[in-house]
Design a protein around this ligand. Structure first.
Ligand code: GTP
Ligand code: MG
Length: 197
């Protein structure tokens, strides 16, 4: 798929104010600072589309971006931001869980995992929650440019081992870098295939 147009549509804290659920949408989620907004910009081929930051907790709202006038990329606030208050974390959970659970036009959740790290409890818990809800998801290992491909492979293998303790099958996954564009074509082809159904 070629991205011909990518347009910011809206930011929301209220589920009731989201765009009508008539176009396919793909939610990008993962720990704070994992690289969600950067990946969205890389896929869209537009640097400033989603706001990125070195400081975790940059994205605080549900942001809709319309691609090729036909489907949405949704940038979500990151989970696991250590410095967020308990109330804020609870609000986040409620809000995001409601969005993911109830959004009829959601086709697939892309769960971003930092490829440099060993399996993190919070990522595994989130995948388990998606599994319990029966939500379709794929894994996206980010920032692969930051270490050797051997190290990335090792971390992916470890994540696989950890996830297979609760899942029968390892989901489809992508290894990406927003710096080198690694994974760009594979993710867009995947979305293009899902959009056909
Ligand atoms: P929140 O909105 O705070 O949850 O963060 P986020 O997941 O949207 O992360 P964001 O895209 O803002 O990126 C966080 C930091 O990681 C920024 O400094 C990015 O430049 C950097 N970064 C993101 N992706 C990559 C990557 O693939 N390679 C490298 N080297 N740096 C990256
Ligand atoms: Mg962000």
């Amino acid at each position: 798929m070629i991205v011909k147009s990518a347009e910011f549509i809206c930011s929301n804290t209220q589920i009731s104010k989201l765009p009508p659920p008539v176009k396919a949408e793909y939610a990008f989620i993962g720990r704070s600072n994992v690289g969600k907004s950067s990946l969205i910009n890389m896929l869209a081929g537009k640097k400033g589309l989603a706001k990125t930051s070195q400081t975790p907790g940059k994205t605080q709202l549900i942001n809709h971006f319309l691609i090729n006038d036909s489907w949405y990329i949704v940038d979500l606030p990151g989970y696991g931001y250590a410095r967020a208050s308990k109330t804020k974390k609870a609000d986040w959970n409620k809000f995001i869980h409601t969005y993911l659970d109830k959004r009829e036009s959601l086709q697939c959740v892309l769960v971003l995992i930092d490829s440099r790290l060993e399996p993190q409890k919070i990522d595994l818990e989130f995948c388990n929650w998606l599994g319990e809800k029966g939500l379709s998801f794929v894994l996206v290992f980010t920032k692969a440019d930051k270490q050797s491909s051997l190290k990335t492979d090792q971390n992916v293998a470890q994540f696989k081992k950890a996830l297979l303790q609760t899942f029968d099958e390892f989901p489809q996954y992508f290894v990406t870098s927003s710096e080198t564009q690694l994974g760009h074509d594979d993710i867009l082809s995947f979305i293009s295939e899902v959009n056909k159904h």
